[in-house]
Design a protein around this ligand. Structure first.
Ligand code: GLP
Length: 256
């Protein structure tokens, strides 16, 4: 990652990069992904995230793909989460988000990009099946994460066990409020399927991106508060290859 654009430091064993310029943040964030496409193990498995934070990320991926012609044909991807009881054609669904922001622009093979199926008949069977498919693929090589204002990762809300696997969750009122902007006329789902914290921690490398002042308290708790299910993102301190990439605003509450 470029040393000039970011100030780097270790906080409680976690590598933290703070960027003045968000363009530099996103161009560094896509670097390990293209590194794996170019020379990694040849068949990388990516873990993808959604949300507003990742819109500039996918724009950067698509533009780099257009420039260099690197192929995703040998890659595989699993998304972190999906609402439950949602049709993939619903513009608020993460399936729709991934298709319109990434998959319709790159050459990933059919069936190689998966999300939990938000329209599955039995969500518990879907959660078990999804976890099984991730394990069968040999777990995720490079997992991207955002962070919720309450410190959630994926849809693992405060209180979720660090041993959790893919499961069905009831969304907290705070999360529903934050995400209701993506749904018209109050059709915001109440539940979601998400990779668990254990699923995430099994990834070989993790990059968490947070931007904006509204993430600063969650970032501070994750890095400098207790490692506790009360702040799900604090679990990343148990991982040996996790990096936080932050803009100045998201880093603004970190103590020296
Ligand atoms: C959502 C998603 C998370 C995402 C987070 C932040 O609820 N389930 O995976 O990282 O909340 O989203 P945003 O980037 O829009 O703030």
């Amino acid at each position: 990652m470029s040393k000039l654009a970011a100030r780097g430091r270790m906080i409680n064993g976690m590598s933290v990069l703070v960027y003045e310029d968000s363009k530099a943040l996103y161009s560094d964030a896509i670097r390990p992904l293209f590194g794996m496409l170019r020379n990694g193990n040849g068949h990388p498995t990516f873990g993808f995230a959604t949300g507003g934070t990742f819109l500039p990320f996918y724009r950067a991926v698509v533009s780099e793909f257009g420039r260099n012609g690197d192929s995703f044909r040998k890659a595989r991807a699993f998304n972190l989460d999906e609402y439950w009881r949602i049709d993939p054609k619903n513009p608020g669904s993460y399936a729709f988000y991934m298709h319109s922001n990434l998959y319709s622009h790159i050459d990933m093979g059919p069936g190689m990009a998966q999300l939990p199926r938000g329209n599955a008949e039995d969500p518990r069977a879907e959660a078990r099946g999804y976890e099984g498919r991730i394990r069968k693929a040999g777990d995720v090589d490079l997992q991207y994460l955002g962070i919720g204002r309450n410190g959630h990762i994926g849809f693992n809300e405060p209180g979720t066990s660090f041993r959790s696997k893919t499961h069905l969750v009831k969304l907290s009122p705070r999360t529903r409020e934050a995400n209701s902007q993506y749904f018209s006329n109050g059709d915001m789902p109440r539940k979601a399927l998400t990779m668990g914290i254990n699923t995430i921690l099994r990834s070989r490398e993790i990059v968490l991106i947070a931007t904006g002042e509204e993430k600063s308290a969650a970032v501070m708790k994750a890095l400098q508060g207790p490692v506790s299910p009360r702040t799900p993102a604090s679990a990343l301190r148990l991982h040996s290859r996790a990096t936080f990439m932050l803009d100045e605003e998201a880093a603004s509450m970190l103590r020296r």
